[in-house]
Write a protein that binds this ligand. Structure first.
Ligand SMILES: [Zn+2]
Length: 309
């Protein structure tokens, strides 16, 4: 989400709660992400939630055509750019469908340079086939994508998420923005490195996005999770982690933002208007939230069927 012009160039994931302040006030986005009980209904992506739409868009394993000629892909080492803090690719043992091969304790076998944060993020992504698809896109993407999970209130990443958007769980940002946060400077003072594209009417990401950072606040996730509460049993911590991880994962591989209302002039080019913030219809947001909801629905369905066994 992009709550206001000053905050542009980041993108975060948040929920509103029933009976709590609606997040419209924070984000200026009318009626999105409201909690109606055990399920979340997102008015912006409602069409994704209907079973038919879900079936149609469900990712097919043929996505992993790359493995067709190699019977067992142990380490997909080429082009993996989910990186450790030193910029080295992180990999995991996977089968021909891109699914992780787990050891007898059920743990994914990560390469040695996988940090605890990357493992935690990857576990959430690899819980669903939707997340697995997005994670693969992150690995195949040209950008270096850095994962940071804040576990303490003093962590500047947690502070940013809380301060920036109120109910956010995570956010995706460029290298300058990330460094500003670590230095205790104001986020909005960093270069957003977005360049208006007259052909598309979108803002293209510049080179600062070659190092893209995903920050997630575990404190926020814990706060929002309804683990163990009656009627909320599926909306556990995993459910929330799946949601934020997939949403930010999609954002991390998007090449542009739709930030403003544009008009097409007589010259056939897009022009910005003063009426900016057409965020509600932002293509990048619809795409990320749709994918996120799809992964959560998949997780929820799996958990429910487990319980019925
Ligand atoms: Zn988003």
């Amino acid at each position: 989400m992009l709550p206001n012009r000053n905050d542009q160039g980041g993108d975060s994931y948040r929920y509103g709660f029933n009976g709590m302040e609606k997040d419209d006030e924070v984000t200026n986005v009318e009626g999105s992400h409201l909690d109606f009980g055990a399920r979340i209904y997102d008015s912006r992506v409602a069409r994704w939630l209907s079973p038919d739409a879900f079936e149609k868009t469900y990712p097919s394993l043929t996505t992993y055509g790359f493995a067709a000629n190699s019977p067992i892909v142990l380490l997909d080492s080429d082009g993996n750019v989910v990186v450790d803090p030193d910029g080295n690719p992180v990999t995991y043992d996977q089968d021909e469908h891109g699914n992780p091969i787990r050891d007898s304790d059920g743990n994914i076998k990560w390469s040695k340079n996988a940090t605890p944060d990357i493992k935690q993020y990857g576990e959430a992504m690899l819980l669903t086939s939707e997340g697995t698809t997005v994670f693969k896109e992150m690995q195949d993407n040209d950008r270096s994508i850095h994962i940071h999970i804040a576990k303490s209130k003093d962590d500047p990443n947690h502070k940013r998420i809380k301060k920036g958007t109120g109910f956010a769980l995570g956010e995706t940002m460029n290298d300058a923005q990330y460094k500003n946060i670590q230095a205790g400077k104001k986020y909005k003072d960093a270069d957003d490195d977005l360049h208006f594209n007259e052909e598309t009417g979108m803002y293209d990401k510049g080179e600062l996005w070659n190092d893209t950072h995903i920050i997630i606040s575990e404190i926020q996730v814990d706060k929002i999770s309804n683990q163990g509460k009656e009627g909320y049993d599926i909306r556990d911590k995993n459910y929330e982690m799946v949601g934020v991880s997939v949403e930010e994962g999609v954002h991390s591989v998007q090449n542009s933002f739709e930030l403003s209302k544009t008009v097409v002039g007589k010259d056939g080019k897009h022009h910005e208007t003063s009426d900016y913030f057409n965020e509600q219809d932002g293509k990048h947001e619809v795409e990320a939230e749709g994918s996120s909801k799809k992964a959560q629905t998949e997780y929820e369905t799996k958990e429910k069927s487990k319980k019925q066994e």
